[in-house]
Design a binder for this molecule. Structure first.
Ligand SMILES: [Zn+2]
Length: 143
């Protein structure tokens, strides 16, 4: 049976999320760390991902978020393979960095370091005409 489950990496609460989609905090403890168990044949693969944000409480709304960090395992949906991901979205310094490494070979599959406002990758960033709009595309859109 190919069971898969997503649970909180801190308190162990089972969560109804897709692996790789750390879209919300844990309802029980507020953690953004995730633990993935995937049944592959007779083996269980275990993966983890941690998403954190730094906020500036002096700002309002979504402008509070100054940087986002994601580290952990990334499921490449086309191939079904897990890679190691490091992503930094640094709004304060207008920087987007992402590195994806094949954990088996150590090969760098993707390495991005570019101004955030020029970043167009993965459907997670949409170019917006003009500045100062209050609507910022959420990471779920465009998947
Ligand atoms: Zn939790």
């Amino acid at each position: 049976m190919a069971a898969s489950s997503v649970s909180c990496g801190t308190c162990g609460t089972v969560l109804a999320e897709m692996p790789g989609d750390v879209s919300a905090t844990c309802p029980a403890c507020g953690s953004r760390k995730r633990h993935y168990s995937l049944g592959v044949g007779e083996e269980i693969e275990v993966h983890e991902r941690l998403a954190t944000k730094t906020k500036d409480q002096a700002r309002s709304g979504k402008n509070k978020v100054r940087a986002e960090f994601v580290t952990g395992d990334d499921l490449h949906r086309k191939t079904g393979r897990w890679n190691k991901l490091e992503r930094v979205i640094d709004r304060a310094n207008n920087r987007y960095r992402e590195k994806i490494v094949d954990p088996k070979t150590g090969a760098v599959l993707r390495s991005v370091d570019e101004p955030l406002d020029q970043h167009q990758g993965r459907g997670s960033a949409k170019k917006k005409p003009g500045v100062g709009g209050s609507v910022r595309s959420r990471r779920r859109t465009g998947r």
